[in-house]
Design a binder for this molecule. Structure first.
Ligand code: 13P
Ligand code: SF4
Length: 354
């Protein structure tokens, strides 16, 4: 599947239902698909009338994912796409920090998020005061903030990164001669990235500067409330039961869990891995809706389900709310001009690194 689902003209009601059936009839009962297709049809008509573009994160629930987004992808792909769109309205079917990033890249456009409840435990896990305290402890150390942060934290950071380019951004800074880098806020992504680039990892303490080795990634203690729940026991017991399974994890899981997996990467990189693997069955350690989306694309491979851990934030975004968003032009992302200007620099720096 390409990451674009764009169509030039709004498909008819019948076409919409047929497209959804083609992807989802193995998972979703037809009565449900008929209801969802009606909503998707109305969204797609309105989207064209309003010159809106819909961006859908890979975690969106299958009926939405396979019907209304013009583009689907991981945080990095969607940031790149939002920087180039000529639509008047961007509807972000994802969480708040993603919609904020789209607004920062498109200050003149209306950016909508279908639910105001779609937060993120990482984004709420670090504040501007935390970043300032770390900067005063380590004055010349650049701050890399994961894109899973709010605009005010980005505004006091030097670089952004996503799970798709974290190692690339850190290598870029090491290449510029920085021996120490502050990496916020995900403890596990920071630790996994430090391992990938081959430098020590230390956890910061805002009370006092910790002793640093010659080179180090200085991390924070926030975690993704979904990915932190996967355990080494989950992996070993799945492997015992299904010895031929390929296991791929998002790098927000702990380093101990990641060590036991066959591969890791951003949500896009996980999708690419499943497409390419020759294994007959696979397991994804991430939000489970994405598993359903991948399963719909890879009917020849068997997906094992570890679906007890769901992201409560991504789950807020529904077709019903997306229709409301377009009908009522809600919920608009509002950021001040100063904040947009300050938060744009670290995002632009990230986007310039290939
Ligand atoms: P990606 O950038 O890999 O799409 O991940 C975003 C996210 O929130 C993962 O939990
Ligand atoms: Fe945030 Fe975790 Fe949900 Fe991703 S899965 S949006 S990191 S809480």
């Amino acid at each position: 599947m390409s990451n674009t689902l764009a169509v030039q003209e709004a498909p008819t009601k019948e076409d919409t239902l047929e497209r959804m059936r083609a992807k989802l009839s193995e998972f979703v009962p037809d009565v449900e698909l008929q209801l969802k297709a009606e909503l998707a049809y109305r969204i797609n008509v309105l989207k064209r009338q309003l010159n809106a573009v819909i961006l859908g994160h890979n975690y969106m629930e299958p009926a939405l994912f396979h019907s209304v987004p013009d583009y689907v992808g991981d945080s990095l792909e969607l940031s790149r796409i939002s920087a180039k769109t000529d639509a008047d309205i961007i509807v972000f079917c994802g969480v708040q920090f993603m919609a904020e990033t789209a607004k920062i890249l498109n200050p003149q456009k209306t950016v909508l998020i279908p639910s105001e409840k779609a937060g993120c435990s990482l984004a709420s896990g670090v504040t501007v005061a935390d970043v300032r305290a770390l900067k005063s402890l380590y004055p010349d150390v650049p701050v890399v903030s994961y894109v899973n942060t709010y605009a005010d934290v980005k505004a006091v950071s030097d670089y952004c990164c996503t799970s798709g380019n974290a190692a690339g951004v850190v290598r870029h800074l090491l290449g510029k001669g920085h021996q120490h880098i502050i990496f916020l806020p995900d403890q596990y992504l920071a630790h996994n990235t430090a391992k990938e680039v081959g430098i020590p990892f230390v956890i910061a303490n805002t009370e006092k500067a910790v002793d640093l080795p010659e080179r180090a990634l200085i991390g924070w203690h926030a975690r993704c409330e979904v990915h932190e729940l996967f355990t080494t026991n989950d992996v070993t017991s799945v492997r015992q039961q299904f010895p031929d399974v390929a296991i791929v994890a998002h790098p927000e899981v702990s380093p101990e869990v990641l060590e036991l997996c066959d591969a890791s990467g951003s949500t896009k990189q996980m999708i690419d891995y499943v497409r390419k693997t020759t294994a007959d069955r696979y397991l994804l350690l991430t939000e489970c809706s994405m598993g359903d989306n991948i399963a719909a694309e890879n009917p020849d491979k068997e997906m094992l389900r570890l679906c007890s851990h769901r992201c409560p934030h991504m789950g807020q975004i529904t077709l019903e709310d997306t229709l409301d968003a377009l009908e009522k032009i809600q919920y608009k992302v509002h950021l001040s001009d100063e904040l947009i200007q300050a938060a744009r620099t670290p995002i632009d720096r990230m986007l310039e690194i290939r």
